[in-house]
Write a protein that binds this ligand. Sequence first.
Ligand SMILES: [Mg+2]
Length: 168
Amino acid sequence: MGFFIPDKRFRRITEIDCEYLRQKDIKGLILDVDNTLSTHHSQTPLEGLDEWLDEMKKNGIKLIILSNSKKERVTPFANKLGLDFISLGLKPLPFGLIRAKRRLGLKAKNTAMVGDQIFTDIIGANSCGLNTILLEPIKFEDGKSFKIRRRLEKRFIAKYERKAANER
Ligand SMILES: [Mg+2]
């Protein structure tokens, strides 16, 4: 059950602040793409993303993209943002996550996975001992399989919210 619950939840990636990262001793972030940095399959970055990336870099936070999407989708997007990347990441399997962490040169406890999906981003990263930050999808996807996944996520998000409320 614990594997399904993120350590922290923000609405948008641009709301993740350096103060939070400092508190948790997080020195690097592994970033999902679809519905985290842009809407699904879009090459247009989320509003305010450039400024947020600058802020992270200025504070010495290391960044890498890890997407399950194909190279053709991820390469131009990562290049536009000037970020290192791994495509076909196979989340929630550990291989891509471990590779990304290794490229950052950080320990698991100093690294966080940032993504919008519990069944890929959060489960995978929790099982690798990484910190986990769940975002709200920028825009809800069409399609039956996504709708089912989003519905299944709700109970885990509710559980996270109860836990977070108790810690306040
Ligand atoms: Mg995503």
